[in-house]
Design a protein around this ligand. Structure first.
Ligand code: GAR
Length: 203
């Protein structure tokens, strides 16, 4: 069984959706550890309630490389196969990313490469796009820039506010993130340049 290490900073709804999909058998994997750089993250409490290993590791005042090394030590101790960022609001050091090549995934609430960074849904709404969405992608050394695994488009409706749009995007996040993790863990893909290309059956 492949082992996931989840990193989060807040609410934890993407993590909870993944945990739920594992529970009902949609995703074959196990969550080995959940780590938050914010000790008060609601996502940590959800992890505890689910009986999962939950580690609070405050990043306050700790240098990026030092902190990431502490996180990596915990991930390695739990023999994690895939690092799953789920609302992890902290930039990763180059050393951390290089330690887990093509083994870190992220969910971002925009159709990348549009609107990287913070508050992507608000950025998209304020820009006036007619189609928004979300992206599951591998993590490389730059912000929200690694190879794309899956995307889902969400139309912007006339009556939308940034909040109502964010809520509809979140529903899609919960769907595609599990599916992206499933695809990655299947190993049935190749990286061709930046393109994640799924292998097709030959027989
Ligand atoms: C999600 O919308 C996720 O896409 C976003 O933070 C939210 C976390 O919610 N991540 C980023 O913006 C990363 N750049 P959650 O804690 O309920 O999963």
């Amino acid at each position: 069984m492949k082992r996931l290490g989840v990193l989060l900073s807040g609410r934890g709804s993407n993590f909870e959706a993944i945990a739920q999909n594992i529970r009902v058998g949609v995703l074959e994997a196990e969550i080995a550890v959940v780590i938050s750089n914010r000790p008060d993250a609601p996502g940590l409490e959800i992890a505890r309630q689910l009986g999962l290993k939950a580690v609070a590791l405050s990043s306050k005042g700790v240098g990026r490389e030092d902190f990431d090394q502490q996180v990596a030590a915990i991930l390695d101790e739990h023999k994690v196969d895939l690092v799953v960022l789920a609302g992890y609001m902290r930039l990763l050091s180059g050393a951390f990313v290089r330690r887990y090549p093509l083994r870190i995934v992220n969910i971002h609430p925009s159709l990348l490469p549009a609107f990287p960074g913070l508050d992507a849904q608000h950025q998209a709404f304020d820009y006036g796009v007619k189609v928004a969405g979300c992206t599951a992608h591998f993590v490389d050394e730059h912000l929200d820039s690694g190879p794309i695994i899956l995307q889902s488009a969400v139309p912007v409706l006339e009556a939308d506010t940034a909040e109502s749009l964010s809520a509809r995007i979140l529903v899609e996040e919960h769907h595609i993130y599990t599916e992206a993790i499933r695809l990655v863990l299947s190993g049935r893909w190749n990286l061709e340049g930046r393109r994640v290309v799924m292998q097709t059956d030959v027989n």
